[in-house]
Design a binder for this molecule. Structure first.
Ligand SMILES: [Fe+2]
Length: 198
């Protein structure tokens, strides 16, 4: 069977993918939980609320809670996105309406990606649960997910898989792009390094 070009990205997957090569769980330590610098929990630039006028009058504890809460919000968003959109899009490649556009080898390689994305969902949820429980934070489903759901639902049936594929592709690209340049956000950055795959 001829090996297609896109499969070259998975040539070392068995030894370099996160799910295969980094079995250690990320468990927060008490020292990490005691971090009081908001920016080290999540970058202010990526928190719309934190950039509103007047936020500077908030007590430090409130500002810290906003940053920690946004980390949870981001992690929960990632978990659901991976499950509901990214891996559904991969199903379109492996056995769905889009599978006819991919070779047998590409459909096989897509299963490796499926495992990667499932692992993203797992460790995002594991981190989120730890932070939520530690700080007794409320959880709220992302408005963006509601918007994506509505956008997909408005597509005609025959286009729904293509819509899911496009949403997944764009979202993954945005997430990866957002990770660049925010290395001062300790937990956000350490989380982002988990995304280094294949
Ligand atoms: Fe992912």
């Amino acid at each position: 069977m001829k090996k297609t070009d896109s499969c070259r990205y998975f040539a070392t997957w068995d030894t370099t993918s996160t799910v295969r090569s980094r079995p250690n769980r990320y468990l927060f330590t008490d020292t990490e939980f005691s971090e009081t610098t908001p920016e080290r929990w999540f970058p202010k630039a990526l928190i719309p609320l934190a950039n509103q006028a007047g936020m500077e009058i908030l007590p430090e504890a409130a500002l810290l809670r906003i940053h920690i809460g946004h980390l949870v919000h981001f992690l929960d968003y990632t978990t659901e996105l991976e499950i509901s959109y990214v891996n559904r899009a991969i199903c379109c490649i492996t056995q769905g309406a889009l599978s006819q556009h991919f070779s047998s080898q590409e459909r096989f390689c897509a299963l490796k990606l499926y495992a990667d994305e499932g692992y993203h969902a797992l460790f995002s949820r594991e981190l989120s649960d730890q932070v939520t429980n530690r700080f007794s934070l409320p959880r709220m489903r992302s408005a963006r997910l509601h918007h994506l759901d509505r956008s997909r639902a408005t597509q005609r049936h025959k286009h729904q898989e293509l819509a899911a594929f496009i949403i997944a592709f764009v979202s993954e690209t945005i997430i990866t792009e957002n990770f660049h340049g925010y290395h001062t956000a300790t937990y956000y950055h350490r989380y982002s390094t988990c995304f280094k795959i294949t």
